[in-house]
Design a binder for this molecule. Structure first.
Ligand code: BJW
Length: 264
């Protein structure tokens, strides 16, 4: 925990709303983002009105069992998503987070997104809880091969086969019912517990363990701000909720909280 959580300065005691706190360069800021962060870049969310997960067949693809039952079908699905993601650029919300980092603020982005857009925007401190669609690994847990980067769009020889053991390869993302990378979870956990300000950006807050970081942040005394189009189960533990598209609300919020130092 940083020095008594006092490295952000309360600006007024007024009703909840942006501008209640002021961020300084020693404020530890952590974000937890979800698909809503990239929605304005053109990447579909999972559970919104047009969300991908309304198609139950697709949801089954994102399990270890579903992948192994039909790797060809699963790879076609990921090839299509990679093709879409490759055409998408970061939006003002990604750029606002990158601008904070380059201005010298102490900000770490814990993300559920697999699209890599935070890095494209220029963020360096990123913890990808659910992996990356641009990374590939062998599906055989006993294989000694390491995950590797692949940006081909499309990947032609699907399903890819592992050079070391011959098993099918898979996207290095976290399917339902799979454990997250323990080293990434541990880093996110340490950071969350010491953070002063925790921003929950564009996530439905129902997938665990990711959503649990917001609860941990609150329990450890962070000031929690949620940015979303609608209320979520995490709204009730948030000190402020800001409703609207985060491509608009996040740059505005960060500009206000930094006294105009960070703006887009
Ligand atoms: C905007 C916006 C704009 C839109 N501005 N906002 C029962 C059985 C089995 C498992 C479980 C179970 N009960 C619980 C579990 C655990 C399970 C879980 O949490 N399930 C719940 C759904 C119930 N979790 C897991 O399985 C995890 N592993 C685990 O727990 O291991 C231990 C274990 C092992 C075995 C059994 C049980 C436990 C792994 C979770 C992995 C999640 N993987 C996915 C797919 C990644 C790969 C891929 O993409 O193909 O990750 S699922 C999907 O959900 C994806 C996302 O990262 C994740 C979260 O979704 P997100 O990002 O919040 O998106 P949406 O669409 O839900 O929400 C978007 C939000 O944005 C909305 O609120 C909008 O309003 C908002 N928005 N536009 C601001 N412009």
């Amino acid at each position: 925990m940083s020095d008594g959580k006092d490295s952000f300065i309360p600006v007024n005691d007024g009703p909840s709303g942006p501008g209640q706190i002021r961020l300084t360069k020693t404020t530890k800021i952590t974000t937890l983002s979800g698909a809503g962060l990239s929605a304005e870049s053109g990447i579909p969310t999972f559970r919104g009105t047009d969300g991908m997960w309304h198609n139950e067949e697709l949801m089954k693809i994102a399990t270890p069992h579903g992948f192994l039952a039909n790797p060809q079908r699963s790879w076609e699905f990921y090839n299509e998503r990679r093709g879409n993601m490759a055409k998408c650029d970061p939006n003002p919300a990604h750029f606002a987070l990158a601008a904070m980092e380059s201005a010298g603020y102490d900000i770490v982005n814990v993300t559920q997104n697999i699209d890599g857009l935070l890095a494209v925007a220029g963020c360096k401190e990123i913890l990808e809880l659910h992996g990356s669609v641009w990374s590939i690994k062998c599906s055989n847990p006993a294989c000694s091969s390491k995950p590797y980067e692949n940006r081909d769009v499309p990947i032609v020889d699907i399903p890819l086969k592992c050079d070391v053991c011959g098993a099918v390869e898979r996207p290095n993302v976290v399917f339902f019912e799979e454990m997250l990378d323990p080293s990434i979870v541990a880093k996110a956990d340490v950071r969350t517990k010491e953070t002063d300000v925790f921003l929950i950006i564009g996530t439905s807050g129902i997938v665990y363990p990711a959503a649990g970081f917001a609860q941990i942040a609150k329990a450890f005394g962070a000031y929690v701000i949620e940015l979303n189009l609608e209320p979520t189960p995490l709204s009730m533990i948030s000190d402020e909720t800001i409703t609207g598209p985060c491509g608009e609300t996040l740059p505005k919020l960060l500009s206000t909280l930094t006294g105009g130092e960070v703006r887009l």
